[in-house]
Design a binder for this molecule. Structure first.
Ligand SMILES: NC(=O)c1ccc[n+]([C@@H]2O[C@H](COP(=O)([O-])OP(=O)(O)OC[C@H]3O[C@@H](n4cnc5c(N)ncnc54)[C@H](OP(=O)(O)O)[C@@H]3O)[C@@H](O)[C@H]2O)c1
Length: 304
Protein backbone atom coordinates (compact mmCIF):
# COMPACT_ATOMS: atom_id res chain seq x y z
CA UNK A 1 0.00 0.00 0.00
CA UNK A 2 2.87 2.34 -0.83
CA UNK A 3 1.40 4.08 -3.85
CA UNK A 4 3.45 7.22 -4.58
CA UNK A 5 1.17 10.29 -4.31
CA UNK A 6 2.14 11.64 -7.75
CA UNK A 7 1.75 8.33 -9.61
CA UNK A 8 -1.30 8.52 -11.91
CA UNK A 9 -3.65 5.74 -10.88
CA UNK A 10 -6.17 4.09 -13.18
CA UNK A 11 -9.79 4.43 -12.07
CA UNK A 12 -12.36 1.62 -12.01
CA UNK A 13 -16.11 1.60 -11.33
CA UNK A 14 -15.64 -1.42 -9.09
CA UNK A 15 -12.81 -3.25 -7.35
CA UNK A 16 -12.88 -6.67 -5.72
CA UNK A 17 -10.51 -7.04 -2.77
CA UNK A 18 -9.71 -10.73 -2.30
CA UNK A 19 -8.88 -12.82 -5.37
CA UNK A 20 -10.24 -16.08 -3.98
CA UNK A 21 -13.19 -18.30 -4.80
CA UNK A 22 -16.04 -15.84 -4.38
CA UNK A 23 -14.07 -12.71 -5.31
CA UNK A 24 -13.01 -14.09 -8.68
CA UNK A 25 -16.47 -15.55 -9.32
CA UNK A 26 -17.98 -12.07 -8.76
CA UNK A 27 -15.26 -10.36 -10.83
CA UNK A 28 -15.78 -12.70 -13.79
CA UNK A 29 -19.47 -11.77 -13.95
CA UNK A 30 -19.09 -8.08 -13.16
CA UNK A 31 -16.83 -7.49 -16.21
CA UNK A 32 -20.06 -7.66 -18.24
CA UNK A 33 -20.80 -4.15 -16.85
CA UNK A 34 -17.39 -2.63 -17.61
CA UNK A 35 -13.92 -2.61 -16.11
CA UNK A 36 -13.32 -4.46 -12.85
CA UNK A 37 -10.14 -4.28 -10.77
CA UNK A 38 -9.13 -7.31 -8.73
CA UNK A 39 -6.84 -6.64 -5.77
CA UNK A 40 -4.62 -9.58 -4.83
CA UNK A 41 -2.87 -10.18 -1.53
CA UNK A 42 0.63 -9.66 -2.93
CA UNK A 43 2.63 -9.10 -6.12
CA UNK A 44 3.33 -12.81 -6.68
CA UNK A 45 -0.36 -13.71 -6.59
CA UNK A 46 -1.23 -10.70 -8.80
CA UNK A 47 1.35 -11.79 -11.40
CA UNK A 48 0.06 -15.37 -11.32
CA UNK A 49 -3.55 -14.26 -11.80
CA UNK A 50 -2.65 -11.76 -14.53
CA UNK A 51 -1.41 -14.68 -16.64
CA UNK A 52 -4.97 -16.05 -16.64
CA UNK A 53 -7.24 -18.03 -14.36
CA UNK A 54 -9.87 -20.69 -15.02
CA UNK A 55 -13.27 -19.51 -13.79
CA UNK A 56 -16.27 -21.75 -14.41
CA UNK A 57 -14.25 -23.74 -16.96
CA UNK A 58 -13.23 -20.66 -19.01
CA UNK A 59 -9.80 -19.07 -19.10
CA UNK A 60 -10.15 -15.45 -17.96
CA UNK A 61 -7.70 -12.55 -17.89
CA UNK A 62 -8.68 -9.95 -15.33
CA UNK A 63 -7.16 -6.58 -14.39
CA UNK A 64 -5.25 -7.66 -11.29
CA UNK A 65 -3.37 -5.29 -8.99
CA UNK A 66 -0.91 -5.82 -6.15
CA UNK A 67 -1.05 -3.73 -2.96
CA UNK A 68 1.75 -1.41 -4.19
CA UNK A 69 0.10 -0.56 -7.53
CA UNK A 70 -3.46 0.15 -6.43
CA UNK A 71 -5.94 1.90 -8.73
CA UNK A 72 -8.80 4.01 -7.42
CA UNK A 73 -12.39 2.74 -7.56
CA UNK A 74 -15.95 3.99 -7.07
CA UNK A 75 -16.93 0.86 -5.13
CA UNK A 76 -14.88 -1.75 -3.29
CA UNK A 77 -16.23 -5.23 -2.52
CA UNK A 78 -14.43 -7.12 0.23
CA UNK A 79 -14.21 -10.89 -0.20
CA UNK A 80 -11.39 -12.13 2.01
CA UNK A 81 -11.75 -14.61 4.88
CA UNK A 82 -12.72 -12.76 8.03
CA UNK A 83 -9.33 -13.29 9.69
CA UNK A 84 -7.78 -11.13 6.93
CA UNK A 85 -10.36 -8.34 7.20
CA UNK A 86 -8.25 -5.65 8.88
CA UNK A 87 -5.40 -5.76 6.32
CA UNK A 88 -7.73 -6.09 3.34
CA UNK A 89 -10.01 -3.29 4.55
CA UNK A 90 -7.04 -0.93 4.75
CA UNK A 91 -6.21 -1.82 1.12
CA UNK A 92 -9.85 -1.20 0.20
CA UNK A 93 -9.72 2.21 1.91
CA UNK A 94 -6.67 3.13 -0.19
CA UNK A 95 -8.82 2.68 -3.32
CA UNK A 96 -10.65 5.83 -2.15
CA UNK A 97 -14.08 4.31 -2.85
CA UNK A 98 -17.52 5.89 -2.41
CA UNK A 99 -18.38 2.79 -0.43
CA UNK A 100 -16.92 -0.48 0.81
CA UNK A 101 -19.25 -3.47 0.78
CA UNK A 102 -18.41 -6.68 2.61
CA UNK A 103 -20.12 -9.87 1.50
CA UNK A 104 -18.20 -11.95 4.03
CA UNK A 105 -19.81 -14.35 6.46
CA UNK A 106 -20.12 -13.58 10.16
CA UNK A 107 -20.62 -10.09 11.58
CA UNK A 108 -17.81 -7.84 10.45
CA UNK A 109 -19.19 -4.32 9.96
CA UNK A 110 -17.78 -2.89 13.22
CA UNK A 111 -14.30 -4.15 12.34
CA UNK A 112 -14.59 -2.62 8.86
CA UNK A 113 -15.62 0.70 10.30
CA UNK A 114 -12.62 0.69 12.65
CA UNK A 115 -10.19 -0.24 9.84
CA UNK A 116 -11.65 2.26 7.36
CA UNK A 117 -13.00 5.22 9.32
CA UNK A 118 -13.04 7.60 6.32
CA UNK A 119 -15.15 5.36 4.06
CA UNK A 120 -18.86 4.46 4.01
CA UNK A 121 -18.87 0.77 4.89
CA UNK A 122 -21.65 -1.81 4.91
CA UNK A 123 -22.04 -5.55 5.21
CA UNK A 124 -24.43 -7.34 2.90
CA UNK A 125 -25.40 -10.97 2.58
CA UNK A 126 -24.97 -13.32 -0.35
CA UNK A 127 -26.04 -16.86 -1.07
CA UNK A 128 -23.88 -16.94 -4.19
CA UNK A 129 -21.25 -19.66 -3.82
CA UNK A 130 -17.92 -20.76 -5.25
CA UNK A 131 -14.99 -22.97 -4.39
CA UNK A 132 -11.46 -23.19 -5.69
CA UNK A 133 -9.11 -26.07 -6.33
CA UNK A 134 -5.96 -26.62 -8.35
CA UNK A 135 -7.98 -26.40 -11.59
CA UNK A 136 -9.37 -22.93 -10.81
CA UNK A 137 -12.56 -21.32 -9.55
CA UNK A 138 -15.88 -23.14 -9.61
CA UNK A 139 -18.93 -20.89 -9.14
CA UNK A 140 -21.80 -22.97 -7.75
CA UNK A 141 -25.37 -22.20 -8.71
CA UNK A 142 -27.19 -18.90 -8.50
CA UNK A 143 -27.96 -17.13 -5.24
CA UNK A 144 -29.25 -13.80 -3.99
CA UNK A 145 -27.23 -10.81 -2.85
CA UNK A 146 -28.65 -8.26 -0.40
CA UNK A 147 -26.92 -4.91 0.09
CA UNK A 148 -27.33 -2.32 2.85
CA UNK A 149 -29.05 1.03 2.21
CA UNK A 150 -26.59 3.49 0.66
CA UNK A 151 -25.34 0.92 -1.85
CA UNK A 152 -28.15 1.37 -4.44
CA UNK A 153 -25.78 2.23 -7.31
CA UNK A 154 -23.65 -0.83 -6.60
CA UNK A 155 -26.78 -3.01 -6.42
CA UNK A 156 -27.72 -1.69 -9.88
CA UNK A 157 -24.27 -2.73 -11.19
CA UNK A 158 -24.79 -6.21 -9.74
CA UNK A 159 -28.20 -6.47 -11.44
CA UNK A 160 -26.69 -5.33 -14.75
CA UNK A 161 -24.13 -8.14 -14.38
CA UNK A 162 -26.96 -10.66 -14.05
CA UNK A 163 -26.94 -11.13 -10.26
CA UNK A 164 -30.17 -11.36 -8.32
CA UNK A 165 -29.42 -8.41 -6.05
CA UNK A 166 -31.23 -5.62 -4.21
CA UNK A 167 -30.86 -3.21 -1.34
CA UNK A 168 -32.55 -4.61 1.78
CA UNK A 169 -33.76 -1.87 4.14
CA UNK A 170 -33.71 -4.50 6.90
CA UNK A 171 -30.18 -5.73 6.26
CA UNK A 172 -29.57 -6.23 10.01
CA UNK A 173 -32.28 -8.91 10.05
CA UNK A 174 -30.86 -10.53 6.89
CA UNK A 175 -27.38 -10.67 8.43
CA UNK A 176 -28.72 -12.21 11.63
CA UNK A 177 -30.73 -14.79 9.67
CA UNK A 178 -27.57 -15.86 7.82
CA UNK A 179 -25.58 -15.81 11.06
CA UNK A 180 -28.07 -18.26 12.61
CA UNK A 181 -27.41 -20.77 9.82
CA UNK A 182 -23.65 -20.35 10.07
CA UNK A 183 -23.67 -20.52 13.89
CA UNK A 184 -25.47 -23.84 13.84
CA UNK A 185 -23.98 -25.69 10.88
CA UNK A 186 -20.38 -24.53 10.47
CA UNK A 187 -18.79 -25.31 13.87
CA UNK A 188 -20.48 -28.72 14.22
CA UNK A 189 -19.53 -29.78 10.70
CA UNK A 190 -15.94 -28.72 11.44
CA UNK A 191 -15.76 -30.41 14.85
CA UNK A 192 -17.28 -33.72 13.77
CA UNK A 193 -15.81 -33.57 10.24
CA UNK A 194 -19.08 -34.52 8.61
CA UNK A 195 -21.00 -33.18 5.60
CA UNK A 196 -23.93 -30.90 6.41
CA UNK A 197 -26.62 -33.57 6.02
CA UNK A 198 -25.11 -35.72 8.80
CA UNK A 199 -25.93 -32.98 11.31
CA UNK A 200 -29.62 -33.89 10.97
CA UNK A 201 -28.96 -37.38 12.35
CA UNK A 202 -28.11 -38.59 15.86
CA UNK A 203 -25.85 -37.93 17.67
CA UNK A 204 -25.24 -34.51 16.02
CA UNK A 205 -28.90 -33.47 15.73
CA UNK A 206 -29.28 -32.76 19.47
CA UNK A 207 -26.30 -30.39 19.39
CA UNK A 208 -27.49 -28.71 16.20
CA UNK A 209 -30.86 -27.99 17.77
CA UNK A 210 -29.25 -26.84 21.03
CA UNK A 211 -27.16 -24.31 19.10
CA UNK A 212 -30.29 -22.97 17.36
CA UNK A 213 -32.32 -22.79 20.60
CA UNK A 214 -29.52 -21.01 22.48
CA UNK A 215 -28.73 -18.52 19.73
CA UNK A 216 -32.29 -17.58 18.90
CA UNK A 217 -33.13 -15.44 21.98
CA UNK A 218 -29.86 -13.53 21.48
CA UNK A 219 -30.54 -12.92 17.80
CA UNK A 220 -34.14 -11.98 18.59
CA UNK A 221 -32.89 -9.44 21.14
CA UNK A 222 -30.87 -7.93 18.27
CA UNK A 223 -33.71 -7.71 15.76
CA UNK A 224 -34.27 -11.15 14.19
CA UNK A 225 -38.00 -11.89 14.05
CA UNK A 226 -38.26 -15.67 14.00
CA UNK A 227 -39.91 -18.15 16.37
CA UNK A 228 -38.17 -21.33 17.46
CA UNK A 229 -40.07 -23.70 15.15
CA UNK A 230 -39.29 -21.48 12.14
CA UNK A 231 -35.63 -21.13 13.16
CA UNK A 232 -35.21 -24.90 13.50
CA UNK A 233 -37.03 -25.48 10.20
CA UNK A 234 -34.78 -22.97 8.44
CA UNK A 235 -31.54 -24.52 9.72
CA UNK A 236 -32.75 -28.07 9.02
CA UNK A 237 -33.80 -26.98 5.52
CA UNK A 238 -30.33 -25.61 4.73
CA UNK A 239 -28.63 -28.74 6.13
CA UNK A 240 -30.94 -30.88 3.98
CA UNK A 241 -30.50 -28.78 0.83
CA UNK A 242 -26.69 -28.85 1.22
CA UNK A 243 -26.54 -32.40 2.63
CA UNK A 244 -23.53 -33.50 0.59
CA UNK A 245 -21.56 -30.24 1.04
CA UNK A 246 -18.59 -29.74 3.32
CA UNK A 247 -19.16 -26.48 5.22
CA UNK A 248 -16.46 -23.85 4.71
CA UNK A 249 -15.31 -24.21 8.33
CA UNK A 250 -14.82 -27.94 7.81
CA UNK A 251 -12.81 -27.23 4.66
CA UNK A 252 -10.66 -24.76 6.62
CA UNK A 253 -10.02 -27.25 9.43
CA UNK A 254 -9.15 -30.03 6.99
CA UNK A 255 -6.73 -27.72 5.15
CA UNK A 256 -5.12 -26.51 8.40
CA UNK A 257 -6.31 -22.93 7.76
CA UNK A 258 -7.62 -20.45 10.30
CA UNK A 259 -11.43 -20.65 10.40
CA UNK A 260 -14.03 -17.85 10.53
CA UNK A 261 -15.19 -18.94 14.03
CA UNK A 262 -14.39 -15.55 15.59
CA UNK A 263 -16.65 -13.68 13.15
CA UNK A 264 -19.44 -16.27 13.55
CA UNK A 265 -19.69 -17.81 17.05
CA UNK A 266 -17.30 -15.13 18.29
CA UNK A 267 -19.86 -12.49 17.24
CA UNK A 268 -22.64 -14.16 19.23
CA UNK A 269 -20.81 -14.34 22.56
CA UNK A 270 -20.64 -10.59 23.32
CA UNK A 271 -24.21 -10.15 22.04
CA UNK A 272 -25.35 -12.85 24.52
CA UNK A 273 -23.43 -11.19 27.34
CA UNK A 274 -24.95 -7.79 26.54
CA UNK A 275 -28.43 -9.36 26.53
CA UNK A 276 -27.76 -11.24 29.81
CA UNK A 277 -28.36 -14.60 28.10
CA UNK A 278 -26.42 -17.86 28.52
CA UNK A 279 -25.04 -19.67 25.45
CA UNK A 280 -22.98 -22.52 26.97
CA UNK A 281 -23.03 -24.77 23.90
CA UNK A 282 -21.77 -21.92 21.70
CA UNK A 283 -19.04 -21.15 24.25
CA UNK A 284 -18.01 -24.81 24.13
CA UNK A 285 -17.88 -25.06 20.33
CA UNK A 286 -16.00 -21.74 20.15
CA UNK A 287 -13.36 -23.05 22.53
CA UNK A 288 -13.14 -26.39 20.72
CA UNK A 289 -12.74 -24.88 17.26
CA UNK A 290 -10.14 -22.42 18.56
CA UNK A 291 -8.29 -25.31 20.21
CA UNK A 292 -8.24 -27.25 16.93
CA UNK A 293 -6.97 -24.14 15.11
CA UNK A 294 -4.20 -23.64 17.64
CA UNK A 295 -3.20 -27.33 17.45
CA UNK A 296 -3.09 -27.17 13.67
CA UNK A 297 -1.12 -23.98 13.60
CA UNK A 298 1.31 -25.13 16.32
CA UNK A 299 2.03 -28.44 14.60
CA UNK A 300 2.39 -26.58 11.28
CA UNK A 301 5.13 -24.44 12.76
CA UNK A 302 3.44 -21.80 14.88
CA UNK A 303 1.38 -19.90 12.31
CA UNK A 304 -1.43 -17.67 13.54
N1 LIG B 1 -16.98 -19.30 -1.18
C1 LIG B 1 -18.30 -19.22 -0.94
O1 LIG B 1 -19.12 -20.00 -1.50
C2 LIG B 1 -18.84 -18.16 -0.02
C3 LIG B 1 -20.24 -17.94 0.04
C4 LIG B 1 -20.73 -16.91 0.86
C5 LIG B 1 -19.85 -16.15 1.61
N2 LIG B 1 -18.52 -16.40 1.54
C6 LIG B 1 -17.63 -15.57 2.34
O2 LIG B 1 -16.81 -14.81 1.47
C7 LIG B 1 -15.53 -14.59 2.07
C8 LIG B 1 -14.44 -15.10 1.09
O3 LIG B 1 -14.61 -16.51 0.95
P1 LIG B 1 -13.85 -17.35 -0.19
O4 LIG B 1 -14.42 -18.71 -0.13
O5 LIG B 1 -13.84 -16.61 -1.47
O6 LIG B 1 -12.36 -17.38 0.41
P2 LIG B 1 -10.98 -17.68 -0.34
O7 LIG B 1 -11.20 -18.52 -1.54
O8 LIG B 1 -10.02 -18.15 0.71
O9 LIG B 1 -10.54 -16.24 -0.86
C9 LIG B 1 -10.06 -15.24 -0.03
C10 LIG B 1 -9.00 -14.48 -0.82
O10 LIG B 1 -8.60 -13.36 -0.07
C11 LIG B 1 -7.23 -13.16 -0.31
N3 LIG B 1 -6.64 -12.31 0.72
C12 LIG B 1 -6.28 -12.64 1.98
N4 LIG B 1 -5.78 -11.57 2.62
C13 LIG B 1 -5.80 -10.54 1.74
C14 LIG B 1 -5.39 -9.19 1.80
N5 LIG B 1 -4.87 -8.66 2.91
N6 LIG B 1 -5.55 -8.43 0.69
C15 LIG B 1 -6.08 -8.94 -0.44
N7 LIG B 1 -6.48 -10.22 -0.55
C16 LIG B 1 -6.34 -11.01 0.52
C17 LIG B 1 -6.67 -14.57 -0.33
O11 LIG B 1 -5.41 -14.55 -0.93
P3 LIG B 1 -4.53 -15.88 -1.22
O12 LIG B 1 -5.15 -16.48 -2.45
O13 LIG B 1 -3.19 -15.35 -1.43
O14 LIG B 1 -4.70 -16.73 0.00
C18 LIG B 1 -7.74 -15.30 -1.11
O15 LIG B 1 -7.47 -15.25 -2.49
C19 LIG B 1 -15.56 -15.35 3.40
O16 LIG B 1 -15.93 -14.50 4.44
C20 LIG B 1 -16.66 -16.39 3.18
O17 LIG B 1 -17.28 -16.83 4.40
C21 LIG B 1 -17.98 -17.39 0.74
Amino acid sequence: MTVAPDTPRPHYPIAIVGAGALGLAFAARLVATGRVAVIARNAARAAELARGVQIGGQSRRLDVFAPDTLPTADWAVLLVKTGDTADAARLAGALQPRGLLSLQNGLIEAQLRAACPAVTVGQGVTTEGAYRDAAGIHPSGAGETLLPPGFEDLAALFVRAGFVARVDPDIVRARLAKLLINLAINPLAALFRVPNGALLEPPHRALLDALVREALPVLRANGLELDEAAALARVHGVARATAANRASMLQDVLAGRRTEIDAITGALLPMAEAAGLEVPTHRAVHTLVRTIERGTFDSAGGQG
